[in-house]
Write a protein that binds this ligand. Sequence first.
Ligand SMILES: [Zn+2]
Length: 466
Amino acid sequence: MSADIRPSLDLDACVEHLRGLIRIPSVNPPGGGPDVAAGRDPRGGETAAARYCAEVLSGDGIEAEVIELTEGRGSVVARLRANGPATDPPLILLSHIDVVPVDAESWTRDPFGGELVDGMVWGRGAVDMKNMVAMELGVMLALKRSGAELRRDVIFAAVADEEAGGEHGARGLVEQRPELFHDADGRPAAAAVNEVGGYSMTIGDHRFYTVQVAEKGIAWTRVRTTGTPGHGSMPHPDNAAIKLANAVAAIAADQATRPMRIIPVVADFLSGIGLADVAELAERDPEAASAALEAAVDDPVLRRSIDAMLRDTVTPNVVHAGKKVNVIPGAGEAEIDVRTLPGTDQAALLAHLQGVVGNDATVESVVSLPAVEWPADAEIVDLMHQALRAADPEGTSVPMMITPGTDAKALAQIGIPCYGFAPLRLDPDVPFLSVFHGHDERIPVSALAFGLPVLADVVARYATRG
Ligand SMILES: [Zn+2]
C-alpha cells in the first residue's frame, strides 16, 4: 500500500518554478558567446539555478545542499528521509540544471524570458530539462506536505554540466561524493528517474508513451591526417586536407551501409508502436525496413530517432585542416560522433573505421562510454506503465532506448539504474523532439498538468507506506 500525494501538488507553483528557472541563464559552457552579446552574463548560472531550487525546498523545510565542485558550476541535492528504518534503498529524482547556448537572433521570443503565452512556457530549458526540474521539485514538496510516510529515502538531485559530460556535475559527484546517492546504510539508490522518456508521441492517430530503460554508448573519435606543408601555388598529393576529406567521405559511405541490429528493448518498442515489421525486416533486409519505417512514420525527426535505434551510428561533425588559403596543410583532424548499441564492442568498431580510412589517416578514441541498459521489468518501470495507462487510458506505453547520452552513464558507474521518465502528454502539432537544443524551445502547460500527477503517482507508489 502507498499514500496518494497528488492532492498536495501545486501545478501553478510548478509552472512558476519552471519560468523562474528559465529566467536564470544556466548556460553550459558558461561565460561567453551569444549570451554575453545579448547583454547577459551567464557565469555562475548553474549555481544560481541550484540556489533557486534550494530556496524553494528550504521554504518548505527540506534542507538542500548546493555543491560547487567547480566555482559557479553548482548542483543541488536534497533528501527526504525514510520514516523509521528504511526498508528499501533510495529513489533519486534526477535532473540537470544546465542548458545549451542559444542563438537568440533565431528565436521568436526571449530565450531567457520564461514567458507564458497562450498556455505555452517559452525559453531555453523548457523541454531540456527545467520542466522536469520543476516537476521533481513539485513532487518533493508534495511528499513533504502530504506527511506521507516514506519506506525509502527520496533524493532530489539537480546537477550541473550534463550538457558537456558531467565532470562538474553528475560524473564529478559520483566520483567525489558517492554518499549523496546512498542511504544511511551505504546502500546505493535502487533507481533514478531521469530525462528523455515519458513523453507522448503520435503515430498515425494513436498516442504512445515511452519509458526509457536504455541508452546508446558514446565513442567520440578523432581522425588525424598528416601531409607535407608547401606553397599552395605548387600543389602536391601529400595534402592533409585532401586526405582528411577522403577519410571523412569514406566514413560517411561506410555509415550508409552499416548493418541494422535489433536489441530486445528496441524489438519491444517497435512492436509496441505497431512497427513489428520494421524489427522483423531490419537484420535481413535493411532497405525494406527503412521503407517500412518511412511509410509508417510521417514525422521526419521521429523517423531519424527510430532509425538510430536500429544500428550503430558514425557521424563526422567537426573537420579542420589548414589555416591559410595559400598554404598546403601539414595536419588535419576530424571529430566523429560514434554511438553504439548495447552489445557493440567499441574498440572493434574503431578498428573497423581504421580499415575504412586506410593508411592515410589514423583513428583514435577520445571518449568511450558503453551503452547502459536496465531491466525493463523492474518494479518502478511497471509503476510508470501503470501510471501512464491510468492517466491516459487511450494511450499505449512502451519501453524505449534513447540514442543520446545522459547523466545515466555517470550513475551507472555506481550501479544505479536510471529510467527516462518525464511524463508529458503532447498534442501531435506540438513540436517536441525538434526543440531539444533547438530554437523556440517551449512546452505547453497542459503537458505539465498531465505529467506532474503521473510522476507523483509513481514516486508515491514506489517510496511511501500506505
Ligand atoms: Zn537534457
